[in-house]
Design a protein around this ligand. Structure first.
Ligand code: AP5
Ligand code: MG
Ligand code: ZN
Length: 216
């Protein structure tokens, strides 16, 4: 199965990606996570990306596309397929992905869009807490058993640098202007599937499973 997961910042892409991996065993590729790993490692790519990420802006297409190309060339994506989380995010990136796939006589099965009213997103993002093991929580909507501590590994939780209210405004504007057109792009291709992301996390997961079972 090859899919992309679309939705505004805070829609629940990362949260649901974890559940999708559990059931369908696809490789989870989050461009945001790869940028953050580069940032942490102080690589040239990380240093360039930081300029944009700190402001809530999209990283330029050429850097992003190159990074995804490298990632999709690795062997692990060949077995059970993959799920791109946070890519593509512009029409140019979507075109580049189509090109990469067609070069291998391949195509996407599904573009899964999680829809959430923008009014709800700021609270979701500002309350998000993360663990270095990859687990993700929310102070009110998905709290760990012990405040500030990861249920899975016991490490201390942290907040993402761009999860400040003022940065969230820019991230939402970027989404609206540059990423929202992808909804129609994939609708026109006939592969868009939409899921209401405003229900409880577990209900959203159940709805997503009902959609993705079609592609098994
Ligand atoms: P990225 O890391 O992709 O961030 P994002 O798109 O802003 O999305 P988030 O990770 O904030 O949200 P999410 O949908 O994953 O929500 P989550 O599941 O965590 O990108 C970061 C930056 O990297 C970009 O700004 C850009 O600079 C750069 N970048 C990345 N990709 C790029 C690209 N392709 N091109 C250019 N630049 C790129 O959930 C959020 C919170 O809500 C959590 O606390 C969660 O517990 C809670 N929650 C989830 N679901 C529910 C629910 N149903 N009910 C209640 N709470 C919920
Ligand atoms: Mg995410
Ligand atoms: Zn952990």
């Amino acid at each position: 199965m090859k899919l992309i997961i679309l939705g505004p910042p805070g829609a629940g892409k990362g949260t649901q990606a974890e559940k999708i991996v559990e059931k369908y065993n696809v490789v989870h590729i989050s461009t945001g996570d790869i940028f953050r790993a580069n940032l942490k490692g102080n690589t040239p790519l990380g240093i360039k990306a930081k300029e944009y990420m700190d402001k809530g802006l999209l990283v330029p297409d050429d850097l992003t596309v190159e990074m995804v190309k490298d990632r999709l060339a690795q062997d692990d994506v060949k077995a059970n397929g993959y799920m791109l989380d946070g890519f593509p995010r512009t029409l140019a990136q979507a075109g580049a992905l189509d090109q990469m796939l067609s070069e291998q006589s391949d195509k996407l099965d599904c573009a899964l869009a999680i829809t959430v009213d923008y009014k709800l997103l700021t609270e979701r993002i500002v309350g998000r807490r993360l663990c270095k093991c990859g687990a993700s929580y929310h102070v009110s909507f998905n709290p760990p058993a012990k405040e500030g501590i990861c249920d899975k590994c016991g490490a201390e939780l942290y907040q993402r640098d761009d999860d400040k209210e003022e940065t969230v405004v820019t991230r939402l504007e970027e989404y609206d202007e540059k990423t929202l057109p992808l909804i129609n792009y994939y609708k026109d291709k006939g592969i868009l599937r939409e899921v209401n992301g405003q229900k409880d996390i577990a209900e959203v997961t159940a709805d997503i499973y009902a959609v993705l079972d079609d592609y098994r």
